[in-house]
Write a protein that binds this ligand. Structure first.
Ligand SMILES: [Zn+2]
Length: 201
């Protein structure tokens, strides 16, 4: 018996699960059966958690990190080093750098990277706001912490040219992070080394 023959609702749940990254048809069916076995309160808690993040979580007005307020916890934290700005692609990259505990500056999340082959240009990222922030003049160092991929490097190069007119030092994470890997998969020590060994761009 396949799931398709069980019920339309179950089939729909399987379809939703297969849209998740790394979840194939088999895993989706396993998850759907799991939900069917769960107590109603437990299953609905999952549905509610999804609804709550979609309703409450938004982008920080300053740095585009995720937050439930106008400004994220990092931008609000007066103990952060406000002379340094690390540029990352996604909020999850910021989380990885934070986990190292080696960086105390501020961030700017691009919400992507320049990828001409996918039709993603600079105007689709948060670059305008970035330039505005750097123009504000409080930063001494801007750290390119985009991923060490072709697109990440290209984005860093584009941004360093764009920011060259401002009196800030532009640096890039050291190659402790293996080329082609993404920050998400680098371990804490590698990232910490990459931060401490950063080089002028
Ligand atoms: Zn923020």
């Amino acid at each position: 018996m396949t799931m398709d023959q069980v019920s339309e609702s179950v089939d729909n749940l399987v379809q939703q699960f297969t849209k998740l990254p790394g979840i194939g048809k088999k895993s989706a069916e396993r998850l759907a059966f799991h939900v069917l076995r769960q107590h109603e309160s437990e299953a609905l808690a999952l549905a509610d958690a999804i609804r709550r993040v979609k309703e409450n979580v938004r982008y920080c007005q300053t740095c585009y990190n995720l937050t439930e307020q106008d400004q994220c916890a990092i931008c609000r934290d007066l103990n952060r080093d406000r002379s340094r700005l690390a540029i990352v692609e996604q909020p999850r990259d910021l989380v990885c750098l934070e986990a190292t505990g080696a960086y105390r500056g501020l961030y700017h999340v691009l919400l992507g990277r320049i990828a001409p082959l996918e039709g993603i240009g600079p105007e689709q990222l948060t670059i305008e706001r970035l330039v505005e922030r750097v123009r504000g003049g409080q930063f001494q160092e801007v750290i390119m912490a985009t991923n060490p991929t072709v697109e990440g490097d290209g984005t860093a190069l584009y941004l360093s040219n764009l920011l060259a007119e401002f009196p800030v030092q532009i640096t890039r994470l050291a190659r402790g992070v293996t080329s082609g890997s993404v920050l998400e998969f680098a371990n804490r020590e590698m990232l910490s080394d990459a931060l401490s060994g950063r080089q002028p761009f």
